[in-house]
Design a protein around this ligand. Structure first.
Ligand SMILES: *[C@@H]1O[C@H](CO)[C@@H](O)[C@H](O)[C@H]1NC(C)=O
Ligand SMILES: *[C@@H]1O[C@H](CO)[C@@H](O)[C@H](O)[C@H]1NC(C)=O
Ligand SMILES: *[C@@H]1O[C@H](CO)[C@@H](O)[C@H](O)[C@H]1NC(C)=O
Ligand SMILES: *[C@@H]1O[C@H](CO)[C@@H](O)[C@H](O)[C@H]1NC(C)=O
Ligand SMILES: *[C@@H]1O[C@H](CO)[C@@H](O)[C@H](O)[C@H]1NC(C)=O
Ligand SMILES: *[C@@H]1O[C@H](CO)[C@@H](O)[C@H](O)[C@H]1NC(C)=O
Ligand SMILES: *[C@@H]1O[C@H](CO)[C@@H](O)[C@H](O)[C@H]1NC(C)=O
Ligand SMILES: *[C@@H]1O[C@H](CO)[C@@H](O)[C@H](O)[C@H]1NC(C)=O
Length: 462
């Protein structure tokens, strides 16, 4: 986690502290810092004329935009983040994002969109995060998400969606989609066959609570399986999963709690489920103690575990007894002193014999010989940064900066070492539970979306 070359902190900090490029003027209503241009809450109704072309982030939120012309962002070839939350966009015309294919984060939340048309996001094949919550979207057209092959998270909650193109999301077209938030919409009957065919990753992150689902067996059997597998969206919002029997909202049934109504439904209990795979990577030094956890989606208390080690072969609770490794009852594999030749892919299989469910967990372990790099913990990195910072401040005070904008142009993402500094990653335990951190991050992001300040002044009746 700490290996690999980094931009020198000196250079990075200089770029942050230096004035923004002055060859390209910053529009007077905006604030330009490093590679970010912020024109939020500026009363804008159209794009300022000359936007700095090197910027990667453009913040236009809290303005009065109602439209964007074709190729609006083509003079910003490095643009990656576009924030347009809290505007009045009711639609997007053709080719708005022409030559803006570098976009990775697009926030159009809290606007007035009613329809997501097929052409809206054309060409945005690098887009990873799409925020469209709190609009008035009633329909997402068939091909609207088709070209978005890098998409990881899409937020559509708090809209009026009754029809969504589930069938256009497939493993080959959206291999990374891990969060699809369709909660708080108006979906009553979903094309359950298409939902069942969604990629496993997308099913695991599909939020459908607080819709107006109609109670029936095909709906119930899908949620029953998601619930069984402990998927986060179902577990976390169990009480907000409701369905109605004859469309009357008064008779809403919390179907994950009150299952009596569905006792005549057949759910295939002994199906062979797709295998769950979490991947993580652990780097330790030779001789260090390593604990690999076997956290999977299975949550039954009576699981049995089996590890496959590249150096030691299969390891099971009963058959294996060694002073060097130990398989704990909760599935954790305890390697007392890892050796270089213990490196490789460790695979744990958790089995719930009663319900015929298996899940696997893979951990890529790299054991390094001790070297100067291996003591580079977050703490020493931070100390190093602090010392460097003091040095730079002294330097700035003593020598007037004459670098002008030659070395300050094309700033790379500022303060890389600070932005990627993750206190969670400092303990070995949390290094080992990487997927959990990832889930946690997903959750945090979602909360951010839910708690967007615009929601307070948004009135569903208006
Ligand atoms: C913009 O995209 C068009 C095709 O859509 C391409 O012909 C043109 O060269 C691009 N312009 C720039 C500046 O990249
Ligand atoms: C459910 O969705 C409606 C809009 O469809 C929204 O007004 C309401 O606040 C949501 N409730 C919860 C608990 O999220
Ligand atoms: C389930 O089936 C039984 C008889 O087979 C019937 O009496 C009952 O009403 C059914 N329940 C529901 C909710 O359909
Ligand atoms: C498993 O048990 C060990 C020792 O009891 C503990 O240190 C470890 O954190 C546990 N792992 C999980 C995943 O709960
Ligand atoms: C790994 O290396 C250790 C010595 O460092 C040796 O004792 C052990 O036999 C090796 N194991 C394998 C599987 O090669
Ligand atoms: C494993 O080894 C320990 C001593 O190292 C011993 O007490 C224990 O009974 C052994 N367990 C099995 C299942 O052989
Ligand atoms: C689950 O794993 C056990 C052994 O680990 C294996 O015998 C069984 O066939 C697996 N079941 C499924 C459904 O993959
Ligand atoms: C495990 O990590 C090593 C070192 O980073 C890498 O070379 C190897 O390809 C990885 N293996 C898998 C299966 O990801």
């Amino acid at each position: 986690m700490t290996s690999g070359p980094r931009p020198g902190p000196l250079l990075v900090l200089l770029l942050v502290l230096a004035p923004p490029g002055s060859e390209e003027a910053c529009p007077s209503v905006c604030l330009c810092v490093s590679d970010t241009v912020s024109c939020s809450s500026s009363g804008l109704t159209k794009l300022p004329l000359a936007l700095p072309s090197f910027s990667t982030t453009l913040d236009l939120s809290h303005n009065y935009f109602t439209w964007l012309y074709p190729g609006s962002f083509q003079q910003m070839p490095r643009l990656e983040n576009l924030r347009m939350a809290h505007n009045q966009m009711a639609s997007l015309g053709q080719e708005v994002f022409r030559n803006a294919s570098g976009l990775r984060h697009l926030d159009l939340s809290s606007n007035w969109l009613r329809l997501v048309e097929q052409h809206y996001f054309q060409g945005l094949w690098r887009l990873e995060e799409l925020l469209l919550f709190n609009n008035k979207i009633a329909q997402v057209e068939d091909g609207a998400l088709s070209g978005l092959s890098s998409l990881k998270k899409a937020y559509f909650s708090i809209n009026e969606i009754s029809s969504f193109p589930f069938s256009s999301i497939r493993d080959h077209s959206h291999p990374f989609l891990a969060m699809l938030d369709l909660s708080s919409n108006r979906m009553s009957r979903l094309p359950w066959e298409d939902v069942k065919a969604l990629p496993g990753l997308a099913q695991r992150g599909l939020y459908l609570h607080n819709n107006s689902l109609i109670c029936d067996c095909s709906m119930y059997s899908i949620f029953w399986h998601w619930n069984l597998r402990g998927y986060e969206p179902v577990r976390e919002f169990a009480d907000e999963h409701t369905c109605t029997i004859d469309g009357s909202p008064r008779a809403a049934l919390r179907f994950l709690r009150r299952t009596r109504f569905f006792r005549n439904c057949t759910v295939e209990k002994a199906i062979s489920l797709p295998v769950t795979v979490y991947l993580s990577h652990v780097v330790v030094t030779d001789g260090a103690r390593v604990r690999l956890d076997c956290k999977t989606s299975l949550r039954s208390p009576a699981l049995s575990f089996r590890w496959l080690s590249p150096s030691m072969g299969p390891i099971t609770e009963t058959a294996f007894n060694d002073t060097l490794v130990d398989l704990l009852p909760n599935g954790t594999l305890d390697i007392r002193a890892a050796r270089v030749n213990d490196s490789g892919l460790y695979v744990c299989t958790a089995a719930d014999a009663k319900r015929a469910l298996n899940a696997t967990r893979e951990v890529n372990v790299t054991v390094l010989l001790p070297g100067p790099e291996s003591f580079n913990t977050g703490f020493t990195t931070l100390t190093g940064c602090a010392i460097t910072l003091v040095g730079i401040l002294a330097y700035l005070f003593m020598t007037p900066c004459r670098c002008g904008c030659r070395c300050c142009r094309h700033p790379r993402s500022p303060a890389v070492s600070i932005a990627t500094y993750d206190p969670d990653a400092l303990t070995l335990a949390s290094v080992l539970s990487h997927p959990v951190t990832e889930q946690h991050r997903m959750q945090t992001n979602r909360r951010v979306a839910f708690m967007d300040d615009g929601l307070t002044d948004w009135d569903p009746e208006s």
